[in-house]
Structures are given as structure tokens and as C-alpha cells.
Ligand binder design. Structure first.
Ligand code: ZN
Length: 116
């Protein structure tokens, strides 16, 4: 285990509203989807895990685990990680239509070119 992606658990239906609010204030938004119903919003109250970037060839992965009845997002190492090495994991965004494609700049040899 590397770090928990902690933050405030919010219902999915509230994420658009929160994102718009953060945008209007110029605040960078950090959210991680737990499942269809819930999202962790780490924007204002969250761990440093929110700063971990995506990579198509990552050294970590994320898992939703259940702890005493609560869902928690945890980042685990995929392999031995060297001191000073950047932590990355695959964001696994849902596949969207071409118009909404987010380009990936991870620089991995086998980069998929898009995050979604
Ligand atoms: Zn990539």
C-alpha cells in the first residue's frame, strides 16, 4: 500500500455542481469515482494521492477496498518503486465518444494516446 486517496465522499449527482463551482473560483478539481453512486472529492480536503498523475504504463494501481463498512480508495505499488521515481497509476476513465477525448501525455512507450 502506498497511500489512500482520501477526501469527501459525495453522491455522483453532485459532482457536476461541485466541478462548476471549483471552475468558477479557478480551483483545480480532484475527484475519483468509487462506483456509479459515489465519488471522492479530494479538491479541498484530500490526501496527496490527488496529485498522482496518470500513466498508460504505471508503477501503481488503484483499488476500492471495504474497511468497516466504508469504501476507501487505496493506491498500491505494482512493482518495486525506486526513491525519487514519480508515482503513477492508470486512471481508467470510461471510454467516451471521439468529441470528448482527453489526450494523454504520459510519455510511456505504449501510451494509448487518450485517457478515455
Ligand atoms: Zn499515455
Amino acid at each position: 500500500m502506498v497511500i489512500e486517496y482520501s477526501g469527501i465522499v459525495v453522491r455522483s449527482v453532485l459532482t457536476d455542481k461541485r466541478e462548476k463551482f471549483y471552475d468558477s473560483k479557478g480551483i483545480g478539481c480532484y475527484m475519483f469515482r468509487i462506483d456509479e453512486a459515489e465519488v471522492v472529492d479530494a479538491t479541498m480536503h484530500g490526501s496527496a494521492a490527488r496529485f498522482i498523475n496518470h500513466s498508460c504504463e504505471p508503477n501503481c494501481y488503484s483499488r476500492v477496498i471495504h474497511v468497516e463498512g466504508h469504501k476507501r480508495i487505496v493506491i498500491f505499488a505494482l512493482r518495486r518503486i525506486l526513491r525519487g521515481e514519480e508515482l503513477t497509476y492508470d486512471y481508467k476513465f470510461p471510454i467516451e465518444e471521439p468529441a470528448a477525448k482527453l489526450p494523454c501525455n504520459c510519455g510511456a512507450r505504449r501510451c494509448r494516446r487518450f485517457l478515455n
